[in-house]
Design a protein around this ligand. Sequence first.
Ligand SMILES: *Cc1c(COP(=O)(O)O)cnc(C)c1O
Length: 711
Amino acid sequence: MDKTALQNKMPEKLRRLPEIANNLWWSWNLDARQLFRRLDYPRWRTTQHNPMQMLHEMNVERLEECAADPAFVLYYNKILKRFDEELAAENTWWKTAHADVADKLVAYFSAEFGLHNSLPIYSGGLGILSGDHVKEASDLGLNFVGVGFMYPQGYFRQRIPSHGWQESVYQQLDMSQAPVELVRGENGQPVKISVKIGDSEVYTQVWQVRVGRVNLFLMDTDVPENDPWNRELSARLYSGDNEMRIRQELMLGIGGVRVLRALGLTPEIWHMNEGHSAFLVLELVRELVAAEHLNFHEAALRIRKKSIFTTHTPVPAGHDAFPFHMMEKYFHDFWPQLNLDREGFLNLGKYREAWGEAFNMTVLALKMSGQANGVSQLHGQVSREMWQSVWPDRPVAEVPITAVTNGIHVPTWVASEMRQLFDKYLGADWMDHHDEPNLWTRLTEIPDEMLWRTHEGLRSKLISFLSDRTRRRWVEGRHDATQVLTNGGFLDNEILTLGFARRFATYKRATLIFRDPERLKRILLHAERPVQIIFAGKSHPADDPGKHLIQTVYNIAKSHDWGGRVAFIEDYDMHTGRYLKQGVDVWLNTPRRPREASGTSGMKAALNGVPNLSVLDGWWVEGYNGANGWAIGENNQYDSQEAQDAADAESLYRSLEEEIVPLFYNRDRDGIPRGWVEVMRESIRSNAPMFSMRRMVKEYTDKLYVTAIKS
Ligand SMILES: *Cc1c(COP(=O)(O)O)cnc(C)c1O
């Protein structure tokens, strides 16, 4: 059913429901979520909270029934009013704090955006960060536009058969059931632009995603003008070889600028979230050279002032780099348009990789940006060391890469049960002030019982969500008995639950906790004070070592001697992620320092009163205060990986044995673990404001965007 047919099916009294469903604003507004829940609760669950799909599937009778229910219509009208008011608001933070530059537009480029499960165009942390950034830009009223790809097949869905080796499944997204709209020009035809990639012009159409007040424009090369292989160009996220990668990045950077031009938008600031989009600076220089007949250096000087680059990867091999022959193939007729010769052009990205000299996207972005930053203080430091060679005449401390520590979008990641508790004790308008540390001192007013019972409710909700999910797959014949077990069949509602969910890359050391299996068994299988661990996470399809880690954990989960105390939940995504981070008791994180640039999942846990047990890496170096969770290892680097693993594992076991397990099970007469509740409270108080996306976007705006606008 297309969107016109959907509109025709709507009762007059609920005429604008599709409009609300089509703006992801609903996803972080609790009252709007309630609207769709009330509309059709069973479908709300079976569609994994996808209002667009719900509206398509619902029959007219149920819609008419709601339209005939005065209470429902009243509620609908209330939401509609809020929706209209918020979208039109003039008193936003941006317009108030930065009135003098309020009309300037910020363009934000990212290869992935994690906004909601119904739009699966993200793979992990980077994408969620972009999605959260866009939502907060909307909340703060920034004049902001996002640019990326609409991957019709998205990132893969993970299946793990009982042998434990991850399989990838790609599903075609039904655009009519996703919150996206094809952008059309005045003639009613889809807007298209093209980029010359190799020997052919490659065309792209554009999908618009409404995220509150902000628009996101996503390119999609699946159009009839293109050859079959180019139609596939944007089919999937991060699949294919280096050749595919450079072609995608050409489209993202150069095509992205052209899309904005075609839509009549004129950004003042260009923010590259990771190096994937860095070719955009070349397009900006090309435009300027063509329009004003400047030489490269004059044009570059101007573009640099308006370009901002955020790097995310503290490992050299994690940065995209292309061999020179590939750059020649794709850019030989581009560099003359920049008034550069071959050598001058290649120098923009020249970097010595482990395998030889190549064109590095991060080097290009660093050279062409007036401001650059890492995503935590430690990562800023690591990046200055790593990229010092780009500024050979400067000492490390003067390498111009600053740090803005990541954050999370609080309305998206706070559990609705916690949110209601905060509404009651922090004041009904707490959400408007959630980045102010003072607000959170009022947490002391929440009685221990309330905080604890709310958390216990969330743990139960997690366990029943997981068992429902695997039961459904069992009934559909998609899970065998082993998979029912590994996916949480024996999880217990009452016992201390650790959560570990993230991408399975080797540096994240998912199996560190199994380093001394006998010692861990004594902890997990303790008769009075048992512990269980829930794992989840995908490995990149080409990452066999990562898949080995999954298999190792999986084999443990299904083995008799681990007593059903270890689970591996397949197909980790935003939906399962929300339940996990809200419902476990402790969030475990064991990266090999300093390779976790920031990490954000621990922030989501902390906000919900789930303390972190984490290596002092990324954000946790800044977050940990001695009373709001636990640190694994010390605040320093190790010479050998073996020594680091041994020391971290020892520290992890000690924390569990001596502090965490005893504190959790130390209950008073009312069954409340008072000491534990204090850690929960401190976890929220100290982390929620600091690591909010609001603090982060304000920092980007005040430090970087406004500085660039005024330069
Ligand atoms: C927050 C989040 C991440 C990022 O997790 P890290 O621990 O920071 O790597 C990845 N995937 C999903 C689904 C998330 O919600």
